[in-house]
Design a protein around this ligand. Structure first.
Ligand SMILES: [Zn+2]
Length: 304
């Protein structure tokens, strides 16, 4: 799908192209709009443009090896998740319908979800994306590590479904727990550590990071105010006998950098940047140490 094949939407096309030329492609994007405006073709054209080996300032080339695979919607890095209709008492995933889906997108391009349902089932059934699809997504994301040496996943606090699905889907090298120093946060961190190190899960905890360890105003860079209490994370590490990977101060520039998309760690001569660099170095050390001294983590087996 080329941008030029999609009717209108020039402003959005320009915006998408700019994310590529400025190397600021967000890790997730949502295309929202009324039915029939071409959200899906636009998303595919964007994916094709990102992967094209010979793109111009305005469009994909259409003929490179990557584009040829996109023309058939069969590029190995292009995955679709869409609602499907489940035959009675059978588990299905999207890929069971992928041949039909490709045909529909290539021949119709602008189609609605009800046309899709009519295409895969005779009666007027409603489809949906089933819960087991999430395991499928995890499996696909795990197919290869892209360019980076380490694959990092940020999880919400606690010990919920996401954590359990993750340890059942991947053999995780190690967990890094982040906490702020006050008691309520420490309780959550303790729960997380106990879950990972528990006999059934058995994921090594590489260490703990104490975030917002103190507040330092930019006009008084030598001053430290312990807003959330002092050394809460450090003490937890001593108690549970796990490494303290770092104490990151609460500094306004960290938040500002995050909001502008310019991580504070890039300004290598600041104190906050040094804190992040030291932290990264320690995590790498812990990963190496863990890999030298422990067997690879096994996935947690599901009992159904
Ligand atoms: Zn191309």
């Amino acid at each position: 799908m080329l941008f030029s094949e999609i009717i209108g939407q020039q402003e959005i096309k320009n915006q998408l192209i700019r994310t590529v030329s400025e190397q600021r492609i967000p890790h997730a994007q949502l295309f929202r709009g009324v039915e029939g405006t071409g959200k899906l073709p636009l998303a595919i054209a964007y994916a094709q443009y990102i992967c094209c080996e010979n793109r111009t300032a305005t469009d994909s080339c259409g003929v490179c090896p990557s584009c040829l695979k996109f023309n058939k919607l069969a590029h190995p890095d292009l995955h679709f998740v869409f609602p499907v209709i489940k035959p009675q008492s059978k588990t299905v995933v999207c890929d069971d319908f992928i041949a039909d889906f490709r045909k529909m997108v290539i021949s119709e391009t602008y189609f609605g979800v009800n046309q899709w349902f009519a295409y895969i089932a005779d009666d007027k059934k409603q489809g949906m994306i089933y819960a087991n699809e999430s395991e499928e997504i995890m499996r696909k994301l795990n197919l290869k590590t892209y360019e980076a040496e380490y694959k990092i996943m940020d999880l919400p606090p606690g010990t919920g479904d996401i954590h359990l699905t993750l340890v059942q889907t991947l053999g995780i090298t190690g967990a890094v727990v982040v906490t702020t120093p006050q008691d309520v946060a420490l309780a959550d961190a303790r729960k997380g550590i106990n879950m990972f190190t528990g006999e059934k899960v058995n994921v090594p905890v590489l260490g703990l990071i104490e975030n917002m360890a103190w507040f330092t105003p930019s006009e008084l860079p030598e001053n430290r105010y312990y807003i959330f209490g002092k050394d809460g994370g450090k003490k937890l590490c001593e108690e549970l006998n796990i490494p303290l990977l770092g104490q990151i101060p609460l500094v306004q520039s960290i938040r500002e950098g995050g909001d502008n998309g310019q991580p504070v760690a890039e300004n290598t001569d600041t104190i906050t940047a040094t804190a992040f660099t030291d932290l990264a170095r320690k995590v790498v050390e812990r990963v190496n140490f863990r890999n030298e001294n422990q067997a690879p983590t096994e996935m947690v087996k599901m009992i159904r």
